[in-house]
Design a protein around this ligand. Structure first.
Ligand SMILES: Cc1ncc(COP(=O)(O)O)c(C=O)c1O
Length: 460
């Protein structure tokens, strides 16, 4: 049994670093969600990590349920990854010439997925940006279709908010994106076949591509309804548009073959282009886009569509990614599932006991907890995801943090586990849940706190 009382952790070191950071970096962080704006408080500055544990600069330890927002499939400082990185570093860190490691990493990805050819880049944003450029260059068309709530990195044309009507072009989703960058983007509600059909009816001969998260994880986990991805692939094919499946988050995580392994591989279809990142970099900046050989042949230097990168295929990043994928065996995926099952069951028990309405949704071992009324059914669109009780999540988050569990500091993020989450780490989370669920229930909106607390809507 572990100590269940809040640690009332000393956070002086994090407080001081946050103050220093805010003086020199906007918001004190190098990616917005890290700032804790959605939950309040001081982000923990982490000094080291091992397996499922994070240690902050004040010496507090946390079970990590962020896992670097996905990459750390094997946990932190996995011996095989550390050894591969050390060996690679000892041979120099970047050459700007081709290397054997790049070939091996691409071959590994080609072996696991339906992509025929692949180009390495350094971030998921670069991967989706490049895939869209390639789709436009290949089709000679300009319009891009995406879904509300799907995040594909900070690409100008994809930081778009829906226009006034279902099939009207979108408006910039953030200052700094010119209207001209989003006026060729259509933003549709996720899981809505009729909206997709209507958009293609109206603009089918102008649409270069439709891009979707293979299973959205950036509005919480909102899995595609059965057959939805197949429908998207078919609709694109019927209109001469390319179907881009963004597996930056789900790739090599939702299953050995990513989300495609859970639907496309079984249903017998393949995207025209796919994007990858996170796990395939093993904690280093590596990402990729790839797909049909005839489409990829349009990419420079073989074809006319320009794309390049000084650090693309970096030897240290490729070594880390290759070591990660090679170590990600069936046993690893079985353990990820076990850990996710145990945590989901713990959440259901604790939230039910606390009278806190909730819906848990999953794809593979990736899952998230919506503080919504299960009577409203599963969450299948961004609008439905936005019903989640963010105040209650904030209380839950902090109660967990005080008990040594680091959840994502936002109600709209997936929880990520690793194969290094051993029984001790899992038990630590399970022990923390009941008190944290009570803390959340204490602030949850009274109208949401009905008698209906069962967990439904789980989709895998
Ligand atoms: C589905 C998806 N696509 C693209 C990206 C962008 O990747 P990066 O942050 O490496 O630019 C992300 C990042 O979270 C993502 O989840």
């Amino acid at each position: 049994m572990h100590d269940l009382s809040p640690t009332a952790a000393v956070t002086r070191g994090s407080d001081e670093l946050f103050a220093r950071a805010r003086a020199v970096t906007p918001g004190g962080v190098n990616s917005p969600v890290r700032a804790f704006n959605a939950v309040g408080g001081t982000p923990r500055f982490i000094r080291s990590a091992q397996g499922p544990w994070l240690t902050d600069v004040d010496g507090n330890r946390y079970v990590d349920l962020i896992c670097s927002w996905g990459p750390m499939l094997l946990g932190h400082a996995h011996p095989a990854v550390v050894a591969a990185v050390q060996e690679a570093v000892s041979r120099g860190t970047s050459y700007g010439t081709p290397t054997e490691g790049e070939v091996a990493l691409v071959e590994e990805i080609v072996a696991r997925t339906p992509v025929e050819r692949l180009r390495l880049v350094s971030s998921g944003t670069e991967a989706t940006m490049s895939a869209i450029r390639l789709a436009r260059g290949f089709t000679g068309r300009d319009v891009v279709v995406k879904f509300a709530g799907c995040y594909h990195g900070h690409v100008d044309s994809l930081l778009a908010a829906a226009g006034s009507g279902l099939t009207t072009f979108s408006i910039p989703g953030t200052p700094g994106v010119p209207a001209s960058s989003t006026e060729l983007t259509l933003v549709l509600p996720y899981n809505d076949r009729e909206a997709v059909a209507a958009a293609f009816r109206e603009y089918g001969d102008r649409i270069a591509c439709l891009i979707t998260e293979a299973a959205p994880g950036n509005m919480g986990v909102v899995p595609p309804t059965p057959g939805f991805n197949a429908f998207l692939a078919e609709t694109c094919r019927n209109h001469g548009a390319l179907f881009i499946s963004d597996e930056v988050m789900t790739g090599f995580r939702a299953s050995r073959q990513g989300q495609w392994g859970l639907d496309g591989a079984r249903e017998g279809w393949a995207p025209d282009l796919m994007t990858f990142g996170k796990v395939m970099g093993g904690g280093f900046p590596a990402a990729a886009f790839g797909g049909r050989a005839d489409v990829m042949a349009h990419l420079a230097p073989e074809g006319p569509v320009y794309q390049a990168g000084t650090l693309s295929g970096n030897p240290v990043a490729t070594a880390a990614g290759l070591a990660t994928l090679r170590a990600a065996t069936g046993d690893v995926y079985a353990r990820l599932d076990e850990v996710a099952d145990a945590l989901r069951a713990g959440v259901v028990d604790a939230f039910t006991a606390a009278g806190l309405p909730h819906v848990i949704q999953s794809t593979g071992s990736m899952f998230s907890v919506f503080l919504t009324d299960p009577a409203d059914g599963p969450v299948s669109t961004f609008a439905e995801a936005q019903r989640t009780d963010v105040a209650a999540y904030g209380a839950f988050f902090h109660a967990m943090l005080d008990r040594g569990v680091h959840l994502p500091p936002s109600a709209y993020e997936a929880w990520f586990v690793s194969s290094s989450h051993d029984d001790r780490a899992v038990d630590h989370v399970l022990d923390a849940l009941p008190a944290a669920a009570k803390a959340a229930a204490a602030v949850s909106a009274p109208e949401a706190r009905s008698t209906r607390t069962s967990s439904t809507g789980e989709t895998e």
